[in-house]
Design a protein. Structure first.
Length: 133
């Protein structure tokens, strides 16, 4: 990939990358609404997919895989296709979070990180928030 950026350096900027690009939107509020739009769009698409015959078939496979195979349904295809769809949604979410972080580091907006507690935290009373020893 690096050699392709060097070969096509007049288009990619080579090892220096693309400089002097103007932001697509002017304000952080516009970026917020753009992100909110894509979040809502993704939620609607996944909800429509879950309520479609495809979603019904996936629920049937979850309920009894052997019965679905006996009915002539290609269970392997539907499992791999649903895995591909979920991986695509997760990948787009990762690209989106990387983009937001890159914009914040470039000074275009601000970024507030929500840090989750580590999984190895003892939840007994009096021990909440302290790591295990």
């Amino acid at each position: 990939m690096q050699s392709l950026t060097i070969i096509f350096s007049e288009y990619t900027g080579g090892q220096d990358g693309l400089n002097g690009l103007d932001p697509m939107l002017d304000s952080t509020l516009a970026y917020y609404y753009l992100t909110l739009f894509f979040l809502a769009l993704t939620a609607v698409i996944l909800k429509l997919l879950a309520n479609s015959p495809w979603g019904t078939l996936l629920r049937a496979i979850r309920g009894d895989e052997a019965s679905c195979q006996a009915a002539g349904i290609n269970v392997t295809f539907y499992k791999i296709a649903s895995l591909t769809i979920s991986a695509a949604v997760a990948g787009l979410g990762g690209v989106g979070s990387y983009t937001v972080e890159a914009l914040a580091r470039a000074g275009i907006g601000s970024l507030i990180l929500a840090i989750q507690r580590p999984r190895a935290v003892d939840a007994r009373p009096g021990r909440l928030g302290r790591p295990r020893c």
